[in-house]
Unconditional design. Structure first.
Length: 401
């Protein structure tokens, strides 16, 4: 043990919003995994942090004692009653613990089967081509801002049956709510209100004039013979929008950054398109964007530690994906990695509902880009930026081609 830190709390000063940490967290995870694999930071209200594959596998199964009622690790004003009479209807099913989450999750899953999401492939393909048309002649663009970040809000808008013309508003509200809002409670509350108002109005329209879209179909669903309430439908829409926008655009942006800055990988993928399926899984593993929080509803023993009632922890799926006990050459991209049991989409009762949609979007976005722009490099290394916090991903990727 490090004599400088006799309490064994090797991560006391770690801030998941720190820019340097987010730019390259691999060395921090590697160091912690060796010295203090289940660490505790005192920043941002204090929480436990996993770094190994085994730890996320075992902790994610400790339900409901490790609760999903607040998946953000940063404390929010609405969390005051988190251990008591807390309203878990916030964003069903992610904020509900078993067994309450199960019927709500069942209502959502049919929209995201591999077959269901294929319906959106032609739309996504046309969208990607339109976006590339706008910048290809310039020989330069920001692959995150001009491409990745334009794709996901439009695909979800199309899927929800609310069109694409409000895509910029969705982005603003979602970022205000779950990205910038972490450090600005007023913005967070206002963005949340805008999301709820928008979907409340959309719901009223669908009730008056049903179609075959996501919201109209949710109006038809029943749980134990009862229709879903308007409130639940609105919250499910907000969750789907919030969960599906910056997660997937992070993965597309980080992948394009990787290929723009790794010449051998870029040329190999451009020359061997058969590698796309394994290359996409490898990008999801290496640059997994999402970590999620849990809160202990009772004291929970884990290894040599006790997570006390009321304490939070973060399930660090991205760090688990770099655990050398499970993955050879964990910090490298191995485009034809044959065995890749990564946990980018989480594990267990809350495993990502939208993983098939995310994979389809990544597949179309990367194949379309490589077909038209097989050779591209970073134009300004200082212009590359990363989003910090629980959704990590490249936010500015200036490239030339
Ligand atoms: C690369 C992109 C994505 C990643 C890495 C990702 C990751 C995750 C993770 C780790 C969880 C687990 C949360 C937990 O354990 O509490 C999750 C849940 C969820 N994700 Fe995703 N996600 C992605 C894209 C999407 C998309 C495109 C959608 C839908 C449009 C979506 C919808 C959801 C929903 C609804 C849940 C909650 C499921 C439940 O509680 O039953 N995600 N996601």
């Amino acid at each position: 043990m490090d004599e400088q830190k006799p309490d064994g709390n090797e991560a006391a000063d770690l801030d998941i919003f720190d820019v340097a940490y987010n730019t390259d967290p691999g060395p921090v995870w590697r160091d912690l995994r060796e010295r203090c694999p289940f660490a505790r930071t005192e920043k941002r209200g204090g929480f436990w942090l996993t770094t190994t594959y085994d730890d996320v596998q075992s902790l994610v199964r400790k339900v409901p004692e490790l609760s999903n009622r607040q998946v953000s690790v940063v404390e929010m004003p609405e969390d005051r009653d988190l251990l008591g009479d807390f309203n878990t209807d916030q964003f069903p099913p992610i904020t509900k613990d078993p067994p309450e989450n199960i019927p709500l999750r069942r209502a959502l899953l049919p929209f995201f089967t591999p077959k269901a999401v294929e319906v959106y492939r032609p739309f996504t393909q046309a969208l990607c081509n339109d976006l590339i048309d706008k910048f290809i002649a310039k020989g330069a663009c920001d692959a995150a801002v001009d491409y990745a970040q334009q794709i996901t809000p439009r695909v979800i808008g199309h899927m929800l049956g609310i069109g694409t013309d409000r895509a910029d508003d969705f982005v603003q509200w979602v970022r205000g709510f779950i990205e910038y809002g972490f450090n600005d409670q007023e913005l967070r509350a206002e963005s949340h209100r805008q999301l709820v108002d928008y979907f409340t109005e959309q719901l009223a329209r669908r009730r008056a004039e049903p179609g075959d879209d996501f919201i109209s179909q949710l109006l038809e669903k029943e749980i134990e013979g009862e229709p879903l309430t308007d409130k639940v439908i609105v919250k499910m829409c907000v969750l789907t929008l919030a969960a599906g926008i910056d997660t997937t655009w992070s993965s597309i942006g980080s992948s394009l950054l990787h290929f723009a800055s790794h010449d051998a990988d870029r040329r190999r993928l451009a020359g061997e398109p058969a590698l796309f399926p394994t290359a996409i899984e490898e990008m999801l593993r290496l640059h997994a964007p999402v970590s999620v929080g849990r809160i202990a509803m009772e004291d929970v023993a884990h290894n040599d530690a006790t997570i006390k009632r009321g304490e939070r922890l973060i399930l660090n799926f991205p760090a688990a994906n770099r655990d050398p006990a499970v993955f050879d050459r964990p910090d490298e991209a191995v485009l034809d990695r044959a065995k890749n049991r990564h946990v980018a989409f989480g594990i267990g009762v809350h495993r990502c509902a939208g993983s098939n949609l995310a994979r389809m979007e990544m597949d179309v976005a990367l194949r379309t880009w490589f077909a038209r722009i097989p050779e591209f490099t970073i134009s300004d290394p200082d212009g590359v930026t990363w989003a910090a916090g629980q959704v990590r991903g490249a936010r500015n990727v200036p490239v030339q081609f």
